[in-house]
Design a protein around this ligand. Structure first.
Ligand code: HEM
Length: 353
């Protein structure tokens, strides 16, 4: 009696374990080989598009890495950043950190078209962003990792949350730490992920106050290297256009390496949010900056781990969300039809189509 009860219990446990591991259960996990059977070439399809585009636009690698970051920090890595404004969606693209700043969304669509041609209705836009970030690192001569896949796309966007969650380049260290902590990311993640500023460009408007009127003092930021200050003043004259671009890493602008950290050590961080990592007196980030500067392998290992951690923030899996057909719109009927369903829903649960 007792032993047959134990057997039944064991069998039940087995069923629970097996069901729990199925990709379509409600608490499904991300998986390194999620598309092995359904879209085995997805990685090389994304890589080919990026390799081609980066021949004429090397900055695209930086831009797509940033899109993934801005996606993950707003209601999780769910491609909400890609949604355009419609009658039911208010796009995140007009948030302060995104507006006239985020780029590469056309290339995301190009990738999606190539992926849809090979494997229709299979690969989510959120996974495309995670893959593009990983492949961008490799193409910029940075580290390679296997990003876990199986994310699904959101049915909503959140402009208010985008304005709250995307960090400002004028943040001090405690604001940065708080901002990352909200996402479950620690101080090592903050320093490692900021290392993405080893590639890409920044507009004058995001750091011009450091050159002429730092914290309303009428003087430049004292933690800015004086030679670098002169260079930046030539690029960004006082009262000049805010959209002029400069390299985030003045040493090796398109190569993913540890020069970001050696720049910080000689006060050549472009944004206040960069320089505070090395120049805040007594801060625990200084030792981390130094260790990444002294040992590029250590930086690469930390960057990989933190990118994987970031890519898992509040993901939708299993039957949650959907696989968007077009990354800029949720599937199904027009916004109006969705609105009618939303209003007629008695239990307040929003229909997914
Ligand atoms: C720590 C807080 C961060 C702040 C305050 C910040 C802020 C900024 C700003 C203001 C720009 C310039 C945008 C423009 O001029 O249009 C920028 C560019 C960039 N950011 Fe960050 N960022 C942060 C963290 C990150 C993280 C975690 C990543 C990725 C893992 C990242 C990747 C990039 C890249 C690659 C660029 C260059 C984009 C391009 O050239 O299109 N940033 N960031």
């Amino acid at each position: 009696m007792n032993s047959s009860f134990n057997l039944t219990l064991a069998a039940l446990c087995c069923v629970v374990v097996v069901l729990g591991g199925l990709p379509f259960s409600s608490n499904a996990q991300l998986d390194n080989s999620f598309y092995r059977d359904t879209c085995p070439n997805v990685h090389s399809i994304v890589r080919e598009v990026l390799r081609n585009v980066s021949k004429t636009d090397p900055r695209i690698l930086a831009s797509l890495m940033r899109v993934h970051f801005h996606d993950c920090f707003v209601q999780g890595c769910d491609a909400s950043i890609l949604l355009n404004t419609t009658s039911t969606i208010t796009s995140e693209q007009t948030a302060f950190g995104n507006n006239n700043s985020i780029r590469g969304l056309d290339v995301v669509n190009q990738i999606k078209t190539a992926v849809e041609n090979a494997c229709p209705n299979t690969v989510s836009c959120a996974d495309i962003l995670a893959l593009a970030a990983e492949i961008s690192s490799v193409l910029a001569h940075g580290p390679d990792w296997k990003v876990p896949l199986g994310r699904r796309d959101s049915l909503t966007a959140n402009l208010t949350l985008a304005n709250e969650n995307l960090p400002s380049p004028a943040f001090n260290l405690s604001e940065l730490k708080k901002n990352f902590d909200r996402q479950g990311l620690d101080t090592t993640d903050l320093v490692a992920l900021s290392g993405a500023h080893t590639i890409g460009r920044g507009q004058c408007r995001f750091f011009v106050d450091r050159l002429y009127n730092f914290s309303n003092t009428g003087n430049p930021d004292p933690t800015l290297n004086t030679t670098y200050l002169q260079t930046l003043r030539t690029i960004c004259p006082n009262g000049g256009p805010g959209s002029t671009l400069t390299d985030l890493d003045p040493t090796t602008p398109d190569t993913f390496d540890s020069a970001y950290y050696s720049n910080l050590r000689i006060q050549k961080g472009l944004f206040e949010s960069d320089q505070v990592l090395a120049s805040t007196s007594g801060a625990d980030t200084i030792a981390i900056v130094n260790s990444f500067n002294n040992n590029q392998t250590l930086f690469f290992e930390a960057f990989k781990a933190s990118m994987i951690k970031m890519s898992k923030i509040k993901v939708l899996t299993g039957s949650q969300g959907e696989i968007r057909k077009q990354c800029n719109f949720v599937n199904g009927n027009s916004g109006l039809a969705t609105k009618v369903i939303r209003e007629s829903s008695e239990d307040g649960i929003v229909s997914s189509y």
